[in-house]
Ligand binder design. Structure first.
Ligand code: HPA
Length: 234
């Protein structure tokens, strides 16, 4: 048990898929894993462990934002000896060059957040994916004939804001889309010497308000989930 996860030691696999939403974790466990067991449900943040093609995998939620993913990823790495976390989430595109359903493999996450600085004295405002799992995802995507575009992403603390303009940091670091967790995950993994990647599906195009509807989401996220699972067992 850790402060926020009630699984016993040994009940979480070395590789964890981490969607933001606990119900997405449940959906993945029930539809993609074999013999999935619910190993933690503290605060309604579900963690399941099962097998995929015979290999043990866990899937559990990060919640939203740096405080939440900061807590869960830290406890997974330090209390459960997790080696690799693959965040699987959605993002909003700042540009119509991206389309809904596009899949992105995050190379670097840029943020105005002070999370990395105050947690780990990491001063940089842009942090790379950690370890080799990013490359594994790229190679696996090719094998699956999926396009997973390597890109920088803006990791923001803010969902609702006054000024609709693209934030300066996104322009500075060439980030075509925004989400709210990758920077926190990469900061923890960098500090701890662990592996971390983030795969995102574009769920909305901010300038046009086009989005993937709620009933399209399950189907829309399937290629990303399969890419994460196939990469996780490599
Ligand atoms: N902003 C931040 N995070 C997101 C968005 C967004 O527009 N869409 C999906 N995740």
């Amino acid at each position: 048990m850790s402060v926020h996860i009630s699984a016993k030691k040994g009940e979480i696999a070395k590789v964890v898929l981490q969607p933001g939403d606990p119900l997405r974790a449940k959906y993945i466990a029930e539809n993609f894993l074999e013999n999935a067991r619910l190993v933690s449900q503290t605060r309604g943040i579900f963690y399941y462990t099962g097998t995929y093609k015979g290999r043990e995998i866990s899937v559990g939620a990060s919640g939203m934002g740096f405080p939440s993913i900061g807590i869960y990823s830290f406890e997974l790495y330090t209390e459960y000896d997790v080696d690799t976390i693959i965040r699987i989430g959605t993002c909003g595109a700042y540009t119509t060059d991206l389309k809904v359903f596009d899949i992105l493999n995050v190379e670097n996450a840029a943020s105005e957040s002070t999370y990395a600085k105050f947690a780990w004295e990491i001063e940089e405002e842009i942090i790379s994916h950690q370890g080799n799992i990013f490359n594994t995802i790229n190679e696996t995507a090719k094998e699956m004939s999926l396009t997973a575009k390597a890109t920088n992403i803006h990791s923001s603390d803010i969902f609702y804001r006054k000024d609709p303009a693209v934030p300066a940091i996104a322009t500075k670091y060439n980030c075509p889309a925004v989400e709210m967790e990758a920077f926190g995950l990469f900061a923890n993994a960098k500090h701890l010497g662990k592996n971390a990647a983030t795969i995102l599906t574009v769920s909305d195009i901010i300038p046009t308000h086009e989005n993937i509807s709620a009933d399209q989401r399950e189907k829309a996220l399937k290629p990303m989930i399969e890419l994460a699972l196939e990469s996780a067992i490599k």
